[in-house]
Write a protein that binds this ligand. Structure first.
Ligand code: ADP
Ligand code: MG
Length: 343
């Protein structure tokens, strides 16, 4: 069963020459209890898609479904309920924490909204439980966010989101501003929570190694569109879209800045989002498209999503191919993060 889904979801910003389509008719499902990873370079629309799924930015088209039922676009009872059922954590934990609320107050408030309306004593016990769940000392309940380290703050943001008892948790670049050693600890926490709570998650990051580590399904986003989606190990071991293949060749070492990744060097500058290329958005940078093979004009003329629903592998490329014999340059998942943790 599907917990959260986007159906032809579209988000526009601005108008006319300055207008852009940040999310372009995206179909995506977060199955119950599963973690879907969303990866793509900066500016591809990952955060906008995540925010639209939470109702934090309005959709210009399509819909968001929660347990199969469309979520109303306007504010009101069910829209408010959605806010609780779909919780989001951000890159900057300050964005989800009120600086004037102590850790205990912040978590307690979320727990009160999350059906756990409880007496004061029971509330304190709940706060304690959530702090322990994210491996924080319950003594921190009296602290304010400014007196915590970055990693502690992100754990509090996670605890607060969980206290609302959401059905889906959306994590947007939650490790991107943390030190490398803290990053792997938070990633391991997310994996642990997924196992313990059976919660559905969407995990968003520009870093493929990070996304791969925590996700059962992998969705690759490029200029507002999902270009490839499938079980994580299938996509990683047999990527079919030339953009996914480039991303995999370029998996940054943990902690490398996105500017240092080989994908940027290999693919050149991303296109102007205000004037996306026609047909397949990726064609001007594509190593198998019309730049390399001039007769492949279909890439300029036709959106590769048209008619793609019937293909077995969910890859939106007219010339999708597997590349047998070429092992993707990704280190084994466990090993990579153990190395990082020991540093
Ligand atoms: P990502 O999270 O993948 O880096 P974003 O969703 O933040 O991408 O941005 C997608 C595109 O939408 C970018 O071109 C960005 O500049 C644009 N964008 C994002 N938020 C806004 C906004 N509030 N107003 C106008 N443009 C925006
Ligand atoms: Mg983002």
């Amino acid at each position: 069963m599907t917990t959260l889904a986007a159906s032809a979801l579209t988000v526009h910003f601005g108008h006319g020459d300055r207008g852009l389509t940040a999310v372009d008719r995206v179909d995506l499902e977060v199955p119950e209890g599963a973690t879907v990873g969303l990866v793509g370079e900066s500016g591809s629309g990952k955060s906008t898609l995540a925010r639209a799924l939470c109702g934090l930015v309005p959709a210009a088209g399509g819909e968001v479904l929660l347990d199969g039922a469309p979520v109303p676009k306007r504010h009101g009872g069910r829209a408010v309920d959605r806010r609780r059922r779909v919780q989001m954590i951000f890159q900057d934990p300050f964005a989800s924490l009120n600086p004037r609320m102590s850790v205990g107050e912040a978590i307690g408030e979320a727990a009160a909204a999350g059906r756990g309306g409880a007496r004061r004593g029971a509330r304190r016990e709940q706060v304690r439980r959530y702090l322990e769940l994210v491996h924080l000392d319950p003594e921190l309940a009296g602290r304010y966010p400014s007196r915590l380290s970055g990693g502690q703050r992100q754990r509090v943001a996670i605890a607060r989101a969980l206290a609302a008892r959401p059905e889906v948790l959306i994590a947007d670049e939650i490790t991107s501003s943390l030190d490398v050693s803290v990053q792997s600890a938070v990633l391991n926490l997310m994996r642990e929570l997924r196992g313990e709570l059976g919660i559905s998650m969407m995990f968003v990051s520009h870093n493929l190694a990070t996304v791969r580590y925590v996700s059962d399904h992998l969705a690759v986003m490029y200029l507002g569109r999902i270009v490839e989606i499938g079980p994580t190990e299938t996509v990683v071991s047999d990527p079919r879209h030339p953009y996914t293949q480039a991303l995999l060749r370029a998996v940054p070492r943990l902690g490398a800045s996105p500017a240092e990744t080989a994908a940027d060097v290999e693919l050149g500058d991303p296109p102007d989002p205000h004037r996306p290329p026609p047909g397949c958005h990726f064609h001007p940078r594509c190593p198998v498209g019309p730049q390399a093979v001039p007769e492949r004009t279909i890439c300029v003329e036709q959106d590769p999503r048209d008619g793609a629903a019937d293909r077995p592998h969910r890859t939106f490329c007219h010339f999708a191919s597997s590349s047998p014999g070429r092992a993707p340059a990704v280190p084994p998942r466990e090993e990579q993060f153990h190395v990082a943790r020991d540093r």
